[in-house]
Design a protein around this ligand. Structure first.
Ligand SMILES: [Zn+2]
Length: 1145
């Protein structure tokens, strides 16, 4: 009875909230109308449409509220069930919680502030002097000593792990490397490992392995399986590539891991257990999280700042449990081995002295192509020299062992593209075996050495640690920015080839959208037919192959020489072509899926590859060209425009198309309701408007994951709202050509200001660049946008693809002989300021939208520095935010990492990777820069935040690439700048060690990364009747991100879609110190438990199996596998990604 009363109270409470929401919405609308009083006649229709949109929105909000009530009811019943089971429960947990208590994401953020145990990398950075003294034979380290009796009790156990590092593209393309080297390596591996069961090998890159698998016959495949089964061959990490960890987005990092793991499970029936990342240029805990989530328990990393390595070696902490900064439990811990020395090649892996270790790289025996730069050659092991050689090597092993806590020693044996020729296998394996045999014959040496895999090593390590009752220390943080020697910091590659870093994200967004729509289409078809089969005309198998190819192109590009921009020019073209072709092919899947879903009469569906029913609105003509909009020819007959919202949230968006008329009319095709629209000029030149083409922007309200149809028609002259323009240019007013638009000249030095309901901005009338921001709350901040150049050093060592080595003078303010043309447009849908400089065009836009889209400034740049020599262009924000030396940048868009700008480090060391966001904060405000592409970010002085836009460098930087970066292109970059009021919520100045984005920033970032996708139906009047597709009743809770809905491969029929879909959900952790005024727009659950049936309603899951992050069948959680009946309540913890294999009915 008490429960029932509580339920009644709760339901009543939520109803009150709903009513209040309605009231507030109405009030907001009135405000909006008042603001638009000044606009010209003909507004009535727009206002009506606006009103209609608001009513629609209110209906949906009411739906959301209903859902919230339902969730609460479920939750109560769920609780009741657990009370019945668990007996007494503290009832006070239900008493009205404070805001921060009620949201798991906030709660977590609060819990974790500075309270973390274990070592924080940030603190080590504060501690280290970074002086780089000469350490002797181990130049960056120190002299290591031992007595010789350390192993008397517990013998030294050495695992020599043969490996071959195969870059899927760098100096040669993926295909060329495969033909010239990789296939020979793998062919020889098969022979040489089979010859002697003591031999072992590890392999990481599944892109190569799967390609080779396709080339070999069944007999050889059986041999591979035997080697894997016997533990002679271990697939490590199991990703498609050894991914870059700085520029890659976590969607792509996980996707390439899924692709690799799924391939391994299907063909070899095994599951990787150890990670191997020896070449990525710095390491991210996001990768550690994904590996752990995929079921791996150990990992190896290599490229870490030499000073950090030295410190870890001194403290014997090169092996540690890597824990996520935000995790208060050991759940995310993964055992990590950090290689102590300079490189992963043989000279730097047997021990501290490269001159000695090189003598044990038997590929460098005299007479061959390779030699030791330390001028002492290896010797073939003979009976005569074996004792002397063995003792020399043992001395290195013993010294290296002193850096670790256990007597188990890991010694990699390999290098780039090693073990190509049969003779190399014989030289390495033969000579090492003789040394191992010698150790075996001399027990007084107390050493046991053998070939091993990573798993062999880690098993022995954990056995020894357990026996000794010791555990590894815990560590939090990341390993950026990497330096391999002196002041050579690898912060250049955070930006190199920015055109392709942006293209990478375009493919990523296209792939995710296509995956989701394809999975929904198959589910809908099965339901439509009723017999779980697909519609025969629909090319599901063909499309699945396209999807697979798209996944693999994106996966390949995550390689640490691809997205990093550190490959040779022809290889870059090869990657670019793959990305471009994948986008084109995914569009085919997207178009035909949307076509079927939208048809009212499904029998009208047909598939014609050459003549698709729909066309994409945004079209790229080549891999190195920016996308362009296809101009639509309008007439009195409506053109159908189809918009897909790839986000799981109801969103207000501005949809933009190019048309051939200055007058147009847009209606929602389903309801006939007119949409608020604006016509703007298409600028052929900065001051010359096209007289043939015009830009139509309209406001759309897009339900989650929906396809909505709009009709665009030519309208009578003067009936559409046209943007109004003002131009500014110091000294020399431009001649403007624009017959269709109202243009007024500037008033000299009048302040330039734009505003919407949420923000007002002021810009310089001379440059158009932002100067000041004011929020509706009254918060005012100086935020000046500047552009600057970095040059290179005058010395020999200059910046290149990897390294950033700026000149001593630092950045110089951008200046041009000609003052910029500043173009200001104002309209009912958006207003913006465009500054046209010689090397870039910079636009700041305000959308006149309710919802989160109206709360940030959209900033876009197109940059062209092809005329420059050894220069890098940056955009800098100079604000009065008092952040001290602390700022935050994201790691792979998965989590935020605190950064401390340190004066003891050179300028280039203070640049960090930024995948999608960074922010500065003080006690009153937070300034976030959200980005649509990866690049370098720094905050060199308090209040400043800068991002590198493009770099053009004429020379190589001596890291093997052998060329500069001079293939620059016209490059676009996109941002949202968000100022948030933290008054009342925040305590600390610069920020705690663990911080998160706010919910508003998350939603803004989501919209930026996953824009609506526009398609156009043919113009003839024969268009069949289309109706919108609305798969979800309401938005997902706004702290829950649908990372993917990825159709799995059929276990029986290769290259065909299965009925099973990978449902990947990411629950965000978020900051609550800025008031979340979003309560009207999204809902969230107050509990970790979420009812999947409910949030995805009316989609229905026939089965739900919780699994590891790479969806391996053996990782299925048995408990949830049994949970066949709803409600399917599952725990989704803040910050965590959860994976399920589901069948959608
Ligand atoms: Zn590599």
């Amino acid at each position: 009875m008490k429960r029932n009363r509580l339920l009644a109270v709760l339901v009543g409470g939520v109803f009150c909230v709903a009513v209040m929401s309605l009231y507030l919405m109405l009030e907001m609308m009135q405000g909006a109308e008042l603001q638009h009083m000044e606009t010209p006649d003909g507004q009535v229709e727009d206002d009506l449409s606006r009103l209609q949109q608001h009513v629609d929105k209110l209906e949906r909000l009411l739906g959301d509220n209903n859902r919230l009530v339902a969730t609460l009811r479920d939750k109560l019943f769920h609780r009741q069930a657990s009370w019945v089971k668990g007996g007494a429960v503290n009832v006070s947990s239900d008493s009205a919680p404070s805001r921060a208590d009620s949201l798991p994401g906030c709660r977590l953020a609060e819990e974790m502030k500075d309270g973390a145990d274990g070592v924080q990398l940030l603190d080590i950075y504060d501690l280290l002097t970074f002086e780089n003294p000469n350490g002797g034979v181990w130049k960056q380290g120190f002299e290591i000593s031992y007595h010789g009796d350390e192993w008397a009790e517990q013998p030294l156990e050495v695992f020599v792990v043969p490996h071959s590092h195969n870059d899927p593209g760098w100096l040669k393309t993926f295909e060329s490397y495969y033909q010239d080297q990789t296939k020979h390596i793998l062919n020889n591996m098969l022979i040489k490992l089979t010859e002697d069961s003591r031999r072992k090998m590890i392999w990481a890159e599944i892109s190569y392995f799967s390609k080779w698998w396709n080339d070999i016959d069944e007999q050889k495949r059986e041999m591979v399986k035997r080697l894997v089964g016997a533990g002679q061959l271990e697939l490590v990490t199991g990703g498609w590539v050894m991914a870059d960890e700085a520029n890659s987005h976590y969607f792509a990092l996980l996707d390439q891991l899924i692709e690799g793991h799924q391939w391994i499970q299907r063909h070899l029936g095994v599951k990787p257990s150890s990670g191997w990342a020896v070449d990525p240029f710095g390491h991210s805990p996001s990768m550690a999280y994904l590996l752990k989530g995929a079921g791996l328990s150990n990992m190896v990393i290599q490229r870490v700042h030499y000073a950090v390595k030295k410190h870890f070696a001194q403290k014997q902490t090169l092996e540690f449990l890597w824990r996520q900064s935000w995790d208060s439990s050991p759940r995310s811990d993964i055992a990590c081995h950090m290689m102590p020395f300079y490189s992963y090649d043989v000279p730097h892996t047997c021990g501290p002295n490269p001159a000695v270790c090189c003598q044990f790289d038997f590929h460098r025996l005299p007479g061959g192509r390779f030699f030791c730069p330390w001028k002492i050659s290896p010797q073939r092991i003979t009976e005569q020299n074996v004792e002397e050689r063995a003792l020399l090597l043992l001395d290195q092993y013993r010294q290296k062992s002193r850096l670790f806590r256990s007597p188990v020693l890991f010694v990699p044996l390999g290098d780039d593209f090693r073990f190509v020729e049969s003779s190399e296998w014989d030289a390495q394996f033969g000579n090492y075996q003789k040394l191992f045999d010698y150790f075996d014959q001399h027990p007084e040496l107390h050493v046991k050495a053998r070939f091993g895999t990573l798993s062999d090593y880690f098993e022995a390590l954990h056995r020894r640690l357990n026996a000794a009752g010791t555990t590894l220390p815990t560590l939090r943080g990341d390993f950026f920015t990497y330096a391999d020697r002196d002041d050579h910091y690898w912060s250049g590659y955070f930006t190199s080839r920015p055109f392709y870093k942006r293209l990478d994200r375009t493919l990523e967004a296209t792939l995710r959208a296509t995956e989701i729509l394809f999975s929904l289409t198959l589910a809908e078809m099965r339901r439509f037919r009723g017999d779980s089969r697909l519609v025969s005309d629909f090319p599901a198998r063909e499309h699945f192959k396209r999807l697979t190819a798209g996944r693999r192109s994106l996966a390949l590009f995550q390689h640490h020489d691809a997205v990093t921009g550190t490959a040779r020019d022809p290889v870059v073209v090869d990657y670019g072509t793959r990305l471009f072709n994948s986008i084109v092919n995914l569009h085919k899947v997207l178009q035909s899926s949307a076509h079927w879903l939208l048809l009212l009469d499904k029998s009208q569906y047909h598939y014609d590859q050459l003549k698709p029913f729909m066309q994409m609105d945004d079209v790229m003509s080549a891999h190195d060209a920016l996308p362009r909009k296809t101009p639509l020819t309008l007439s009195d007959e409506p053109r159908s425009l189809i918009i897909f919202n790839p986000t799981e949230q109801l969103r207000s968006s501005v949809i933009s198309v190019v048309i051939d008329s200055p007058d147009a009319h847009v209606v929602d095709a389903e309801t006939g309701r007119p949409m608020a629209a604006q016509i703007s000029a298409v600028w052929a030149e900065p001051s010359q408007a096209s007289s043939e083409h015009f830009q139509l922007d309209f406001m759309a309200e897009l339900p989650p994951l929906s396809l909505v149809v709009y009709h665009v028609t030519k309208a009578s002259v003067g009936s559409a709202h046209r943007a109004r323009y003002t131009f500014h240019r110091r000294g020399n007013p431009p001649a403007i050509q624009s017959e269709h638009f109202q243009v007024s000249g500037s008033e000299a030095n009048a302040p330039l200001s734009l505003s919407n309901k949420h923000i007002q901005i002021w810009s310089s009338p001379e440059t158009g660049l932002l100067q000041k921001l004011r929020l509706q709350s009254g918060l005012v901040r100086q935020v000046q946008v500047q552009f600057l150049w970095y040059g290179t050093r005058t010395s020999q060592e200059k910046s290149g693809a990897y390294l950033f080595l700026p000149g001593e003078e630092g950045a110089l303010l951008y200046s041009s002989s000609e003052p910029p043309l500043v173009r200001v447009s104002r309209g009912p849908v958006f207003s913006d300021i465009t500054s046209c400089f010689r090397h870039f065009t910079h636009t700041v836009r305000l959308l006149h939208l309710d919802g989160h889209a109206g709360r940030s400034l959209e900033i876009s740049n197109t940059v062209d520095i092809r005329s420059e020599v050894n220069r890098e262009l940056v955009m800098r924000l100079v604000s009065d935010v008092a952040n001290g030396n602390r700022f935050y940048s994201d790691l792979n868009s998965f989590q935020m990492q605190q950064r401390r700008t340190l004066g003891k480090l050179p300028l280039q060391a203070n640049f960090y990777p930024m995948t999608s966001s960074s922010f500065l904060q003080d006690s009153t405000s937070r300034l976030s820069l959200l980005s649509g592409q990866s690049q370098a970010v720094a905050s060199l002085r308090p209040g400043e935040l800068e991002v590198v836009l493009d770099r053009r460098l004429q020379q190589d930087d001596n890291r093997g690439l052998g060329q500069g970066v001079t293939d620059n292109k016209l490059t676009a970059s996109l941002y949202h700048l968000l100022l948030e009021d933290r008054r009342g919520g925040a305590q600390e100045e610069g920020g705690a060690s663990v911080q998160h984005l706010s919910l508003l920033a998350h939603l803004t970032s989501l919209s930026l990364s996953h824009p609506p996708i526009s398609m156009v139906a043919p113009s003839d009047s024969q268009v069949p009747k289309l109706r919108p597709f609305l798969p979800l009743r309401s938005s997902l809770p706004c702290d829950l991100h649908l990372l993917n809905l990825r159709t799995l491969e059929d276990p029986q029929e290769a290259e065909s879609p299965s009925q099973e879909v990978a449902l990947l959900l990411h629950r965000k952790g978020f900051d609550c110190s800025s008031a979340p005024e979003l309560s009207l727009e999204c809902t969230w659950s107050a509990h970790e438990e979420v009812n999947l049936d409910d949030i995805f309603s009316p989609l229905w899951f026939r089965s739900v199996r919780r699994s590891g992050l790479t969806l391996l069948r053996e990782d299925d959680e048995p408990e949830s596998a049994r949970q066949q009946q709803p409600p399917r309540i599952t725990s989704l913890r803040p910050m965590e990604i959860s994976a399920f294999r589901v069948e959608i009915d």
